[in-house]
Design a protein. Structure first.
Length: 495
């Protein structure tokens, strides 16, 4: 801080230019004739000069004793800033550029006062908490802070942004303040001339822009090399460019996506042509948010770069005893065994699974005939999806021939109509669920829950056949501690 005699000058007050020349001489003559009629203002502890630098100098020049006024301790820093503005603006004829530069100074000091107030509030809060916990903390903490002229309020001040407040208090336009910021940042010498009244703010800003335009242009930064692109192929042979992933391929951890029995998903193939109206996978693949991950939309696409995921994925130490982390849902975003899928895709995916047999691979298809004759890894859970009666016969016929699976399972999700099965004994596990709402390219497909009788009939038949049963929670409506509902079977295949 600057000083006058034994007093420090408030830095914001010092930002206003001092008077000189004939104007100062006139003030000296007036004080010699009449004495100091307007006292010099000090802060509450009489160490900081808030207002009256010119009057102090004139008294010193005239040989007249200074007269002082002391602010009450209740004056906060924002109140002092506003007082300095009020006193100086009333005496001075500042042009728009000078006002804008004063607004910048006000903004800076106001922001600092807010920061100090926040620190004081936190300190007071710590003191209050300590007192409640039995620590010896003075109850006058906040009062002491106020005595130190630190701005402390019971709640955070609800002021406008510092810049908006500054412009309003000083009486500068928003445009002028923005110009002043640019000039002060890029051309401090021009800002000094504006502050001294030697040049208008518009002229200073024009010179600033001319200087910037005349500066040599920096050399363009070398462009970053583009990503390495892979060429993927759709089921009909069309080529699709795709950025090569930076790291090794691994499984995706399935966090909260509705696959409760498997902690991982793996999609070496994406896309499907079954055309199911309710398909959650199509909803994801056609969502603009996920476009980078689905360059062909929901058209079947082979990701050969993901075939090494079984070899590269490691179960986190915290989950090594969790059976779900040993299970992988294969092609959750596709039907790997659809009629349109090239056999070489299936062969390559199965070769990767069989080469890494430690995982329990969970597969699911609406076309289970393609399971027949395939080599399965020893822990495979081989499943088929049935949502309508016309698929029952296809599932029963195929699963009478499926061999080499650790678990054979039946997915009835969504159960869209009452189903009649001849025999469920070829299955180890039956999963039943409702149809959740999805947003498809053609519009929203509403949720649908099957009748209780449809579900009960299948559960009874599954029990008679010795099947484990898992009923998805979406079969029920609202269920919580205040709305008791049925206890749904939540069983998994025996190890």
């Amino acid at each position: 801080m600057a000083t006058l005699g034994p007093y420090e000058v408030h830095p914001f007050a010092d930002a206003f230019p001092l008077i000189d020349g004939e104007e100062f001489e006139e003030l000296v003559r007036d004080i010699k004739r009449n004495g100091l009629r307007e006292p010099i203002i000090l802060d509450h502890d009489r160490t900081v000069l808030i207002d009256g630098r010119n009057r102090w100098r004139a008294c010193d020049e005239a040989g007249v004793d200074q007269v002082f006024e002391t602010l009450p301790a209740r004056y906060t820093e924002p109140m002092i800033l506003d007082l300095i503005v009020s006193k100086n603006m009333a005496r001075r004829q500042l042009n728009p550029g000078q006002r804008a530069l004063m607004a910048l100074e006000y903004e800076r000091y106001y922001a600092e006062s807010v920061k100090a107030a926040e620190a004081a509030r936190k300190a007071a809060a710590v003191g209050d908490n300590s007192a409640r916990n039995g620590d010896a903390v003075s109850k006058s903490t906040v009062a002491d802070l106020r005595q130190q002229n630190v701005w402390v309020e019971p709640e955070a001040p609800r002021e406008r942004k510092s810049s908006e407040r500054a412009a309003k208090v000083v009486g500068a336009s928003g445009r002028a303040v923005q110009q002043a910021k640019a000039v002060a940042r890029d051309a401090p010498d021009l800002a000094a001339k504006v502050r001294a009244g030697e040049i208008a703010l518009d002229a200073a800003d024009k010179q600033r822009r001319a200087r910037i335009a005349a500066m040599p242009k920096p050399e363009p930064a070398p462009s970053k090399p583009g990503p390495v692109m892979l060429t993927l192929r759709t089921h009909d042979g069309a080529e699709v460019p795709y950025p090569k992933p930076a790291g090794k391929a691994t499984f995706n951890e399935s966090k909260g996506d509705g696959i409760s029995w498997a902690a991982w998903s793996w999609n070496p193939v994406t896309g499907c042509l079954h055309g199911c109206t309710y398909c959650y996978a199509r909803e994801i693949a056609t969502n603009e948010r996920f476009r980078p991950g689905f360059p062909a939309g929901f058209t079947p696409l082979f990701h050969h770069e993901r075939l090494d995921a079984p070899a590269n994925t490691v179960i986190p130490a915290a989950h090594r005893d969790n059976p779900a982390y040993q299970r992988v849902f294969v092609c959750s975003m596709a039907d790997l065994y659809g009629r349109w899928v090239p056999q070489e895709w299936i062969d390559q995916v199965h070769a990767s699974m069989c080469a890494n047999p430690a995982w329990q691979y969970i597969t699911l298809t609406k076309f289970p005939d393609r399971y027949v004759g395939l080599e399965m890894p020893p822990g495979a859970w081989v499943g088929t999806s049935v949502d309508e009666q016309k698929r029952v016969r296809i599932a029963e016929r195929a699963f009478q021939q499926v061999d080499g699976a650790a678990v054979k399972w039946l997915s009835l999700e969504p159960l869209k109509e009452p189903l009649e099965f001849t025999d469920l004994s070829m299955f180890d596990w039956v999963v039943i669920g409702a149809q959740t709402e999805t947003r498809q390219p053609g519009g929203t497909v509403p949720a649908f829950a099957p009748d209780f009788e449809w579900v009960a009939r299948i559960v009874a038949q599954a029990r008679e056949a010795g099947c484990r049963v898992h009923l998805k929670p979406n079969l029920l409506g609202r269920t919580d501690s205040g709305h008791p509902g049925m206890q749904l079977p939540d069983e998994y295949p025996l190890p």
